[in-house]
Design a protein around this ligand. Structure first.
Ligand SMILES: Cc1ncc(COP(=O)(O)O)c(C=O)c1O
Length: 383
């Protein structure tokens, strides 16, 4: 079965739900059992609401099928998926190797709570080769955490080579795959043990639900389920329902996000105000060949480095956009633009001018480009 078909059929069981096309919303904490034997029985599919209902299990099934994993669990946000996945594989005294281009709050979690529990984190440059990574592995290194392309700067990593080097040394390999989604990149097939998604973005697709997913291969499924259960992580039936509903159209939405992002990126690249466009789908992007090898598509999020300019010029441009909203998150149907702050300790790309992050929404591409053009007029007026 192809992913397009999987997206439509996996996780739905109409015959179990009066023929309803979508798995209905189950709101349940207490689930009643008819006899003591049932209450105590290990055969029950549904024991207590926190551990799952048909609505949450349907979504887990759908995500797991797309990721090609052994088990998927749901978490209350994308960030909690990143942190819970780390807690599932690390023990006190362990060392973690993490990409320097990681999503900022994930780095903050390592620096804060993980450090307090005796787990040390060090970062490696996103452009590291397998040999360079191997040199950073210590006797107590337990896990490698990848994110490709990197947050804010969009460097593509050599995931298969890094994952193979790490696994050869017994490390667990985790990857935040939010940008590509499992439609455009399959971390487990590239050698990761655990794939993480901020489902808040493209899975949901409508900027109204926060949710995360973690999918593990067979080797890590038990540890993941144990941690998830022990932490009491739970996602409401309503949020699981909306996520499943969003996912049914993810393939067509992503295709349009990509098409529009490519048009915007090509147009922006030719502008005199722009120093660089950071989008691996562009054929002159430094990550293009790795992206072409390991991904089957690009989503709608990319970076733009402007030539050095005063903050007032950038503010005039962003404040006056009619179609690009300013707000955190991305992956919804609407276009966005925010200034990007990056933290890098291991060198690599550093913008000389203001760095922006654009999300190409589902509006008409020409309307978006007209909004961008008007923005540059305001920008230039303030130089
Ligand atoms: C790459 C990446 N991972 C994780 C997250 C966290 O997701 P959430 O906002 O749902 O907690 C984000 C959010 O922007 C992200 O961009």
């Amino acid at each position: 079965m192809k992913d397009k078909t999987r997206l439509i059929h996996a996780g739905r069981h109409p015959r179990e739900h009066i023929g309803a096309v979508n798995v209905p919303v189950y709101r349940a904490s207490t689930i009643l059992h008819p006899t003591m034997a049932d209450l105590e029985g290990a055969t029950l599919r549904y024991g207590y609401g926190r551990r799952g209902t048909p609505t949450t299990r349907g979504l887990e099934e759908l995500v797991c099928a797309l990721e090609g994993g052994s088990r998927t669990v749901l978490t209350p946000s994308g960030l909690s998926a990143c942190t819970a996945a780390l807690l599932a594989v690390l023990d006190a005294g362990d060392h973690l190797l993490m990409t320097d281009t990681v999503y900022g709050p994930t780095r903050a979690f390592c620096r804060g709570p993980l450090a307090r529990f005796g787990i040390e984190t060090s970062c490696y440059p996103a452009t590291a080769t397998a040999a360079e990574l191997e040199a950073l592995i210590r006797p107590n290194t337990r896990a490698l955490y990848l994110e490709s392309p990197g947050s804010g700067t969009f460097e593509v990593q050599d995931v298969p080579a890094l994952a193979a080097a790490a696994r050869a040394r017994g490390l667990a390999v985790l990857m935040d795959n939010t940008w590509a989604t499992p439609l455009y990149c399959k971390p487990l097939a590239l050698g990761a043990d655990i794939s993480i998604a901020a489902a808040t973005k493209y899975f949901v697709g409508h900027a109204d639900v926060l949710i995360g997913t973690i999918t593990a291969n067979e080797a890590y499924a038990k540890r993941l389920l144990a941690l998830h259960g022990a932490m009491g992580l739970y996602v409401s039936g309503d949020d699981a329902y909306l996520t499943q509903r969003g996912m049914r159209t993810m393939d067509v939405r992503l295709a349009r996000h990509q098409e529009t992002a490519l048009k915007m990126a090509g147009w922006l690249k030719a502008r005199p105000e722009v120093a660089r466009v950071l989008y691996p789908a562009l054929d002159d992007d430094p990550g293009h060949s790795l992206w072409k090898r390991d991904f089957t598509g690009a989503s709608g999020l990319f970076g733009v480095e402007l030539n050095p300019a005063p903050k007032a010029a950038v503010a005039a441009m962003l404040d006056g956009y009619e179609l690009f909203g300013m707000g955190w998150s991305w992956g919804g149907y609407e276009s966005l633009c925010v200034p990007t702050k990056i933290e890098r300790t291991e060198g690599g790309y550093r913008p000389a001018g203001p760095l922006l992050r654009y999300h190409a929404g589902l509006e008409d591409a020409d309307d978006l480009i007209a909004d961008l053009a008007a923005g540059f007029e305001r920008f230039n007026a303030k130089l």
